[in-house]
Design a protein around this ligand. Structure first.
Ligand SMILES: *[C@@H]1O[C@H](CO)[C@@H](O)[C@H](O)[C@H]1NC(C)=O
Ligand SMILES: *[C@@H]1O[C@H](CO)[C@@H](O)[C@H](O)[C@H]1NC(C)=O
Ligand SMILES: *[C@@H]1O[C@H](CO)[C@@H](O)[C@H](O)[C@H]1NC(C)=O
Length: 464
């Protein structure tokens, strides 16, 4: 008994620390949480986690990236902010620093975030030995010419080539790796991507996005894609640590449920994405309402179901936000639907909910990082059969897919009822999702995938 309580005390101390990290936004920024809310396809990704960490001195296996030691790498970011694109590039910067590469960072666009965030991010990079300098000066040009590898992040970063390198562009292109996370029409502009055919390669987050880029560049712009490498993303070690810590999870779960007024036995369905039509919160609420009706009509014996929409921003998306709230009032489901502001910390919500809904519309997500984050927390996913979601969620095994658009409303409602009524099925799906993450969506897997790409690109540049 004594031993057990000592263990408990240690655990309590640990989850207290976890809580501190998870629940304070300022701490979040200090730790550099992956912020970003909206998903992949618009330069912003999904959700958040404590993402960056010092390389562990006791790591047993050498990094797959260790061949990058002493290589000079220039990273060109379209912006510096807490959104998905830049933070992913920063993750790469730290992975490369971890193996002793020389890493330089430039930001091409004027920031959209506050100076405080920029300052914090730049310092985080300087602390890790990443050199940060101006995108426009001679230093940027010299570094690009000297570098072993130049990584352009997102399609928009293509503007930097002509604007800064000018007549040097052809010398740099053979060592450019273009990392693309977008899937919207307005990115297919010659102004951004005209040099795409001549770079060493394109690295893209999902098969479906790659296919889309191949189609669109050919049909719209009549240019050819370079060799494309598909690199699915992975969960950070920190996220996995929280996801695998049952005590931390329980504390976070209790805390969040209490704040929402949801009981432990109630079933909580959540969308965690920035609130916008493209993410489908409106259609989700319709499905949720339908599922409540189904439960009532069929007199099903199920615990109370609740919906939570994490990612509201009343200041920005007023019209769509009001539409959602009006719907909830009109249908008298305000005691079952909860809105949570945009937040930097998603782990508490992932710990608190029972099912993640990924309802991104049209072409869906490029990848949708929140999906693998939720699976790490052993949550089944109800997702649209679109975009990267179809490469992550195994229909019928780790979740259930429904069509995008209005025709998906009733199928999603039925899937909500299914997971509410079949507890064992829901838990099994969550477990299978977790196993899938352990098999293919960890940071380690992502590092291996990136390493294979970098090796080939370095070789190409050398042979050029
Ligand atoms: C790409 O084009 C092919 C042939 O036109 C089509 O079958 C496929 O669905 C398209 N893929 C995407 C992602 O647009
Ligand atoms: C959410 O954001 C709105 C508007 O920005 C603000 O008025 C409200 O207090 C916030 N709610 C919480 C719980 O922080
Ligand atoms: C998903 O699987 C269910 C059966 O489990 C099936 O009815 C449905 O059509 C499938 N959806 C997609 C998009 O494959």
């Amino acid at each position: 008994m004594a031993k057990q309580s000592a263990g408990l005390a240690a655990l309590q101390k640990r989850w207290f620390l976890v809580l501190l990290v998870m629940l304070s936004v300022s701490t979040a920024i200090a730790f550099i949480l992956r912020a970003a809310f909206d998903s992949s396809c618009d330069r912003h990704f999904d959700v958040v986690e404590k993402r960056f960490h010092s390389p562990s001195p006791i790591r047993a296996t050498p990094s797959p990236l260790s061949f990058m030691k002493s290589k000079l790498v220039l990273l060109v970011s379209h912006e510096l902010s807490l959104s998905g694109g830049p933070l992913l590039l920063m993750e790469l910067a730290f992975l490369l620093r971890g193996v002793g590469a020389e890493v330089c960072w430039i930001t091409n666009q004027k920031p959209s975030t506050t100076e405080e965030v920029i300052y914090s991010l730049e310092h985080k990079m300087l602390d890790r030995g990443v050199q940060v300098f101006s995108a426009k000066g001679q230093e940027a040009i010299d570094t690009a010419l000297k570098a072993d590898l130049v990584v352009l992040n997102t399609a928009v970063a293509g503007k930097w080539l002509d604007a800064v390198l000018k007549e040097n562009v052809p010398r740099v292109l053979p060592k450019v790796l273009w990392w693309i996370h977008e899937m919207r029409g307005h990115y297919f502009k010659m102004e951004y991507v005209k040099h795409l055919p001549l770079v060493a390669g394109a690295m893209i987050d999902s098969h479906i996005t790659t296919e889309y880029w191949k189609n669109r560049t050919q049909e719209r712009l009549r240019i050819k894609m370079p060799k494309a490498y598909i690199v699915h993303l992975g969960n950070s070690k920190e996220l996995m640590e929280v996801a695998e810590d049952s005590v931390a999870k329980r504390v976070l779960r209790e805390h969040v449920r209490e704040s929402l007024g949801v009981r432990n036995e109630d079933i909580l369905f959540a969308i965690i994405n920035s609130v916008s039509r493209g993410k489908g919160q409106d259609l989700f609420l319709r499905s949720f309402y339908e599922s409540l009706q189904l439960i009532q009509e069929k007199k099903l014996q199920v615990p109370a179901i609740h919906a939570v929409i994490v990612g509201s921003d009343m200041t920005a998306q007023t019209k769509f936000e009001s539409e959602l709230r009006n719907f909830v009032i009109l249908k008298k489901i305000h005691n079952r639907v909860h809105f949570v502001n945009k937040t930097l910390t998603v782990a508490p919500y992932l710990a608190a909910i029972d099912v993640l809904v990924q309802n991104s519309q049209a072409r869906g997500e490029c990848f949708g990082r929140i999906t693998i984050e939720a699976m790490a927390f052993q949550l089944p996913v109800l997702g649209t059969a679109a975009g990267g979601t179809t490469e992550i969620v195994v229909n019928g095994s780790t979740g259930l897919l429904h069509p995008a658009g209005k025709e998906g409303v009733t199928p999603l409602a039925k899937n909500i009822v299914k997971l509410a009524t079949h507890v064992a099925r829901r838990l099994t799906m969550g477990k299978r999702g977790y196993e899938r993450v352990k098999e293919m969506f960890l940071e380690r897997h992502m590092s291996h995938r990136i390493a294979a790409v970098l090796k080939e690109v370095l070789q190409k540049a050398k042979n050029h």
